[in-house]
Every structure is written in structure tokens, then in C-alpha cells.
Write a protein that binds this ligand. Structure first.
Ligand SMILES: C[S@@+](CC[C@H](N)C(=O)[O-])C[C@H]1O[C@@H](n2cnc3c(N)ncnc32)[C@H](O)[C@@H]1O
Length: 262
């Protein structure tokens, strides 16, 4: 039993290296997508985006690059976090005139999180993606599933600059690439690219002192208390912990904070 678990985890880490290496900008085949689902989530259907599980992605015309397959936030997780945010929104005052809150996905990758959050909150989400290959695949997929997301090709700071604060329900999803932040000592949020504290400063700057909500994806092993340090002065509201499928340090967690403007 122990050997089987170890073998499957070894296979996961080897496949992860290929997805972030030689297959980084390659559109995966249906077979590769099913293999990713099996190795990451324990079954092919565990990899599911835009409501489409891996075994149906190829026939549905979904294009996923290697890097996005490992970086993405799958349906089960996106729906759980969108539900948590929707519940938190009901505790916060609406803006006069009932203008919809501003919702920005600053590092959107597959755009799956934006798609589910926009659907759950019934708002148009504005999403930034810097990488042309990722953007092209995501544009294709969002068109394919009829998502309302407004996808922007460029840096997250451009998106912030275009969208001033509206009210206290404004929500930002923050998930920059991890790269060297993924260390044996855990995920160091001061070493993501860009670092999380820098991103939060940019969000605050764009809001002229108005509070907002920030959701962030991490793994289940944080290095040097860097989540706590990055969100110093913010109020922790919720943590969503999906059932683990991988060894400690490789599973996903999501956290929601209320960020004050100053
Ligand atoms: C970890 S992935 C996000 C995954 C995403 N949440 C999903 O569900 O698919 C980070 C993404 O941010 C993009 N990115 C990196 N730097 C960026 C920047 N400065 N502005 C906008 N996007 C950026 C990367 O190309 C990558 O696709």
C-alpha cells in the first residue's frame, strides 16, 4: 500500500516537471489530460474546467497548455471558493444604486476561477493574463463555453489602473506564478513572481484607501509564516481546504481576507 502511494506520488512529481518543462506551452492531448487528472486528483474527472471533465475536454475543443494544467484552479475548488465569497458578500453593504461589485482576477491562467466566480456572483469578471500563449488558449476556451469574462492581455497592474474602486464587496483573486517560491520549506509568498506583498500594495494603491476582499490560492505548507506576514493588518475571513489528494505541501488551500485601504 505504502509503495503504491509512493509510486503514484513519484509519478506525479515527474509529470509535474514535464508539464512545467517540455510541455509548458504545448496543448495537451486528451490522454495527457486524463493522466494529469489521475495523477493530481486521483481520477481523470478530477481535472475539470469550465464544467468539462478531462475525458470530455478534447472532444469539447478545450485547449490546455502543460503549465496551465498544473497551475489551474479546477471546478470543485473554484465553486467552493466562489460560494464562500458569495456568502461573505451578503454580509457587506451594497453600493447605492446597486452597481455590481468590481471583481478582478489578476493572474487568470485558464480563467476557470473567473468563470465560476462571475457565474456565482452574476457579475462580469475582468481578468488579466500576461503570457500570450496562455491568453490565446484561454480566449479560445472562454469563447467555447460562452463565458462573460472580460479577458485582458497584459500585466495585472494595467488592469488595476483601469478599474477604480467601487465598494466594499470589490473582490480580487491573487494567484501569481510560484516558481522559486515553491521550496522544500513550503510556499514562500514573498518569493512568488511578483511577490504577494508587492501585489497587495498595488491593490491598495489602486483603491484610494477603500477596503476590499482578496482571495488567494496557496498550498498546504506555508514557509516562514509568509501568508500571515503578507496579509499583516488584514482581517482573515475564511480558509477553504479541499480534501488532499497529494503529499503534504502539494495540495491546495484558499484564503479570503478583508484588506483595508491603508
Ligand atoms: C498560477 S497561474 C494562475 C492560474 C489560474 N488561477 C487558473 O485557475 O488557471 C498564474 C498566471 O499568471 C500569469 N502572469 C504572470 N505574471 C503576470 C502578470 N504580471 N500579470 C498578469 N498575469 C501574469 C501567468 O502567465 C500564469 O498564467
Amino acid at each position: 500500500m505504502t509503495t503504491a502511494i509512493t509510486d503514484s506520488h513519484t509519478a506525479y512529481f515527474a509529470f509535474r516537471d514535464r508539464l512545467l518543462g517540455e510541455l509548458r506551452t504545448t496543448v495537451l492531448t486528451g490522454e495527457q489530460l486524463c493522466e494529469a487528472g489521475r495523477l493530481i486528483y486521483g481520477r481523470p474527472e478530477g481535472l475539470s474546467l469550465y464544467g468539462i471533465p478531462a475525458p470530455r475536454m478534447e472532444s469539447a475543443g478545450i485547449r490546455l497548455l502543460g503549465r496551465t494544467t498544473i497551475e489551474c484552479c479546477v471546478d470543485g475548488y473554484a465553486v467552493a471558493v466562489a460560494d464562500a465569497l458569495a456568502e461573505i458578500h451578503t454580509t457587506l453593504p451594497e453600493r447605492a444604486g446597486k452597481e455590481e461589485p468590481l471583481v478582478l482576477d489578476l493572474f487568470c491562467g485558464s480563467g476557470n476561477f473567473s468563470h465560476h466566480l462571475g457565474t456565482r456572483l452574476d457579475v462580469v469578471v475582468h481578468a488579466a493574463e500576461l503570457d500570450l500563449d496562455v491568453h490565446t488558449a484561454t480566449r479560445h476556451n472562454l469563447d467555447r463555453v460562452g463565458a462573460r469574462t472580460q479577458l485582458h492581455l497584459g500585466d495585472y497592474r494595467d488592469l488595476l489602473g483601469k478599474h477604480p474602486a467601487r465598494g466594499p464587496r470589490d473582490t480580487y483573486f491573487v494567484e501569481p506564478p510560484w516558481g522559486p517560491a515553491f521550496t522544500p520549506a513550503g510556499l514562500d509568498l514573498t518569493r512568488t513572481s511578483p511577490p504577494v506583498p508587492e501585489i497587495l500594495d498595488e491593490v491598495r494603491r489602486s483603491r484610494d484607501g477603500l477596503p476590499c476582499l482578496v482571495a488567494i490560492k496557496t498550498n498546504d505548507h506555508i514557509a516562514h509564516d509568509s501568508l500571515h506576514h503578507s496579509f499583516a493588518g488584514a482581517q482573515h475571513l475564511r480558509t477553504v481546504t479541499p480534501a488532499p489528494t497529494l503529499p503534504f505541501g502539494a495540495n491546495m488551500d484558499f484564503h479570503v481576507y478583508r484588506l483595508d485601504g491603508n
